[in-house]
Design a protein around this ligand. Sequence first.
Ligand SMILES: *Cc1c(COP(=O)(O)O)cnc(C)c1O
Length: 249
Amino acid sequence: MSSHPYGTGTVAEAERREELASALARVEQRIEEACRAAGRRRSEITLIAVTKTYPASDIRLLAGLGVTDIGENRDQEASAKVAECADLDLTWHFIGQLQTNKARSVVRYADLIHSVDRSRLVTVLSREAVRAGREVGCLVQVSLDPPTPEGTSGRGGARPEEVLDLAGQIAAAEGLRLRGVMAVAPLGGDPAEAFARLREIARAVQAEHPDAGIISAGMSGDLAEAIACGATHVRIGTALLGRRKTFVR
Ligand SMILES: *Cc1c(COP(=O)(O)O)cnc(C)c1O
């Protein structure tokens, strides 16, 4: 996909801006309603626009509409967009499964990595963050999927019983800062039940690490359930940008 599907100042750009503005207004309304229902303040929630598969021109339009936080899940795509948006004041979230050979690149632009799910990754991220002279925020990704016979989760995420160990490792690692936890609701499961489990895990982490108060949970289909269970960061793609043509997760 070209990063500039239309020129600036064109009718196509104005139409896309309108489309994004009304989608953003609908998402804002859903967040506000969920906050009201949960007795929480809107200011407790950070909206992350998940722009994977969409061009940097959309990020630019969203920034113009007041969006400050952008989520991407693949290093190659993310690093190109970060470069194209270098003039904008944005916070970048890396939310995808992360291979250790991408760590060097990701620590250079990510403000918060949501997908730290294994010890080996902590070691490599720490080394590369130090090398880059950066302090990078990290969340422990928790698997809320039913355990498989092999004890692994194909979609990434540490098993709940591994989370405190991993959190401790991140907290002790040079160049990294433990900020909290992240999860994706199980496919086909009840998101409310899963996010309630995540809240308990988040409490246990924060009891040992008082500064690690972030709960990244909730996507286009389940943001209300996530906010009801204490989410501080929601990651919204489809409801803001439209349905993706390619399946990427
Ligand atoms: C794609 C993605 C999202 C956004 O999902 P939507 O259902 O499109 O809102 C959120 N979190 C992660 C980890 C993703 O990969």
